[in-house]
Write a protein that binds this ligand. Structure first.
Ligand SMILES: *Cc1c(COP(=O)(O)O)cnc(C)c1O
Length: 422
């Protein structure tokens, strides 16, 4: 299961400048040590239970099952984890590890802001300083998450280089780490990057799959297929992890199909037209690249699925055929959001809705005595700014206009200040 010297088949590795070798080696040694340390594991277990709220439920979806007319539909409710998504599993694990290593300062990169938010919360909980690098363009687009990170006490640093998005934030975080690793740990947000990050992130996220395995055994559920959305791949690899070495169930990754198959219209790293093998940001994997090896623009309605690369272990599992990949269009993901909200009272995050949409397509391929398990990686509250303009555009415009007018009058702000000063 673990990588072989940082490689999964021919993907993975540690393609970094000399200055990053030491912090990566130090991290690998500490990770191996603490994953066998009872005190560390006990502490992690208690934080998972009392702070994250684990285990998360495995929910049987009776109406969806009836309407789809095939396999039994189950949903793993990762969205009920504190902070609203699976990312906290990794953030807490790495921050606790960093604390044991004697680090006092945490840095992270973030694109949509979800990983930054989880890391900021984990740092607040564990008493660590937190700095989040975020492309300037993303800072502007993702204000609700920036506001939340600041509430948790993190410092958000806008990155002004390159395209001023996630890729540039990663470069900036690497630079900071190389200069400050004596007291600093870099919490990488998905199951990618140079070794040992893919192993570390999968290990902390495998709590999802381990719980599913136990929950299914206890309830006598026969799993036919497991479906997860794939950005960098952390929720998928954690969910699939305990089943990879077995022949069944089917493991299916849903990528962002965006608005179409053309270059720039999607983020399909395994199923897309521009999918190529390459080396970027410290690891070898499959990326969306042009002929000169430059990252291509991507597109998805879900901010968490539009990275141009995929974790090396999933790339390998995709090439070997153990994990199947499929592309889900923006519009299919939106339909899945409505379907599960109306029929089950469960609001999927846009990312997770890609897995939901995939389950809706394949349910009929499986017999009624088998289950399709969907990993709902996050809940959809955060997406109200994306779903509202689609489902109720006029009302939403009115709302935003009214909000702006209210702010310009400055009445409420003034009142809040006065109250705050008391
Ligand atoms: C970030 C995010 C993803 C994508 O990241 P992975 O590393 O592929 O899991 C998926 N779902 C949610 C809710 C996210 O916040």
């Amino acid at each position: 299961m673990e990588s072989n010297c940082g490689f999964f088949g021919r993907f993975g590795g540690k393609y970094v400048a000399e200055v990053l070798r030491r912090p990566l080696d130090e991290l690998e040694t500490a990770f191996k040590y603490y994953m066998n340390d009872k005190e560390f594991l006990d502490e992690l277990e208690i934080i998972r239970r009392d702070y994250i709220g684990r285990e998360t439920p495995l929910y049987y979806a009776p109406t969806a099952t009836k309407l789809l007319g095939g396999a039994q539909i189950y949903i793993k409710l990762e969205g009920l984890a504190n902070t609203g998504a699976h990312k906290i599993n990794n953030a807490i694990g790495q921050c606790l590890l960093a604390k044991k290593m004697g680090k006092t300062r945490i840095i992270a990169e973030t694109g949509a802001g979800q990983h930054g938010l989880a890391t900021a919360a984990a740092c607040a909980k564990l008493g660590l300083e937190c700095i989040v690098y975020m492309g300037e363009v993303d800072v502007r687009r993702q204000q609700p998450n920036v506001a939340a990170m600041e509430l948790y006490g993190a410092k958000v640093v806008p990155v002004k280089s390159g395209s001023r998005t996630l890729k540039d934030a990663v470069n900036e975080a690497m630079r900071d780490w190389a200069a400050n690793f004596e007291n600093t740990h870099y919490v990488l947000g998905s199951a990618l990057g140079p070794a040992p990050f893919p192993d570390i992130v999968r290990t902390f996220q495998s709590v999802i799959g381990n719980e599913v395995k136990k929950q299914c055994a206890e309830r006598g559920i026969k799993i036919g297929a497991m479906v997860a959305c794939v950005g960098g791949g952390s929720n998928a690899i954690g969910f699939f992890s305990p089943f990879i070495d077995e022949k069944s169930p089917r493991l299916i990754g849903a990528e962002a199909g965006g608005i179409g198959k053309e270059i720039g219209e999607n983020a399909s790293r395994m199923t897309g037209n521009a999918s190529r093998e390459g080396i970027m940001q410290g690891y070898k994997s499959r990326f969306l690249l042009d002929e000169d090896g430059q990252a291509l623009p991507t597109r998805s309605i879900s901010a968490g699925l539009d990275y141009c690369g995929i974790g090396p272990q999933l790339a390998e599992l995709g090439m070997s055929g153990r994990v199947e990949f499929t592309s889900i269009l923006d519009k299919e993901a939106l339909e899945a959001v409505s379907f599960f909200a109306k029929n089950e009272g469960i609001l999927f995050a846009m990312e997770s809705a890609h897995a939901g949409a995939c389950a809706m397509k394949i349910a009929k391929e499986l017999p009624k005595d088998e289950a399709v398990i969907i990993n709902m990686s996050g809940r959809g509250d955060k997406d109200i700014f994306i779903t509202s303009p689609v489902f109720r555009p006029e009302e939403w415009k009115e709302f935003l206009k009214a909000e702006l007018e209210r702010l310009e009058e400055k009445k409420d702000i003034h009142e809040a200040k006065v109250l705050g000063e008391k």
